[in-house]
Write a protein that binds this ligand. Structure first.
Ligand code: GUN
Length: 315
């Protein structure tokens, strides 16, 4: 998989990074899931089911949920959205989640974040039954991840791990830097990267991990990044990761996604990485869009099948 493209630049032969095609990889994974789901149904099970709750009118959140529902339907998951307007109270939302928790025809529940107003997102995430928590946001699932136990891992973190595995990027004993410490992305990625590959969850990757964040001084961020074999960035700060910060041949996974307006007045999506310059030095790199994003949706489908299989075994 690691075929580099050589090209000439100012007389010197350089290596162009391998572009990690998240869209193609996501299709591969969804095709595999479609086959697995069909076999699961052929054994006499009903189709796995996913319920997405969305509160309010945030256009980006509605697009994300539509994409998740479409991907679910494409692989054979029974998926529907429960839409509520922003006037929904926290108690009403909790009642809606509880009714899905006790519905035997529901395997996976997802509450799209952010929630509007003053809702307590932690309380809402902890209301989803842990065995139906395909987002991996429930405190029990977070705890299990930190203890190397089998659990639901947040889809974005799982997407990063799956990219590294499928592109055969070695993590054992390597230096990895995670830029961003969010509880749903940076933290679970750092957790899996550093943990013991021999543990029950089989998610450990045995890397040496440094977590950088908004209070890491710029020169320290550069110092740690230059020493990294793998950089995973999830900050939402365009061009934070520059070519001068990259060790030649390093793997760069860009989880950031920001909508910007370019010089021509056109809006476009960009990641955290100065892609054009960094791709001339890195060994492998994910583009934005078309890198981690499509993989995240595919891994949510993976989690939903897991939820269905575990619940079917229990009942
Ligand atoms: N909002 C942004 N990312 C996510 C996600 O992965 N899950 C949910 N539920 N909401 C999100």
């Amino acid at each position: 998989m690691r075929s580099h493209t050589y090209y000439e630049s100012m007389g010197a032969a350089r290596i162009m990074a391998q572009i990690i095609d998240g869209k193609a990889l996501a299709k591969e994974i969804k095709d595999e899931l479609k086959t697995k789901i069909q076999s699961y149904i052929n054994l006499g099970n009903r189709a796995p089911s996913l319920r997405c709750i969305i509160v309010g009118e945030d256009p980006a959140s509605h697009t994300y949920v539509r994409n998740k529902i479409q991907a679910a339907i494409d692989v054979g998951i029974d998926a529907t959205t429960l839409k509520y307007d922003a006037t929904l109270s926290e108690d009403e939302l909790i009642a809606a989640i509880n009714s899905l928790n006790t519905d035997n025809n529901v395997d996976g529940i997802l509450v799209q974040l952010p929630l509007p107003g003053k809702m307590d997102e932690r309380k809402v995430c902890n209301t989803v039954a842990p065995e139906k928590d395909v987002d991996g946001f429930h405190i029990t699932n977070v705890g299990q991840l930190c203890l190397d136990m089998p659990t639901f891992v947040p889809a974005t973190a799982l997407a990063v791990v799956e990219i590294l595995k499928r592109y055969k990027i070695d993590t054992f004993g390597r230096n990895a830097v995670v830029v961003g410490r969010s509880k749903n992305v940076g933290m679970p990625i750092a957790m899996m990267l550093h943990s013991d590959g021999k543990h029950d969850s089989k998610l450990g990757m045995d890397a040496t991990v440094t977590v950088c964040h908004r209070y890491t001084p710029a020169e320290q961020l550069e110092f740690f990044c230059r020493n990294a074999d793998i950089i995973i960035t999830a900050t939402g700060v365009p061009k934070l990761i520059k070519a001068t910060m990259i060790k030649p041949g390093a793997t760069i996974i860009d989880v950031g996604i920001t909508r910007i307006t370019d010089e021509q007045g056109k809006t476009k999506l960009v990641g955290d990485v100065d892609y054009e310059e960094v791709s001339k030095i890195a060994g492998a790199i994910t583009p934005v869009p078309g890198g981690v994003g499509p993989m995240t949706v595919a891994m949510l489908m993976h989690n939903t099948l897991q939820a269905a299989q575990r619940l079917a075994r229990k009942n």
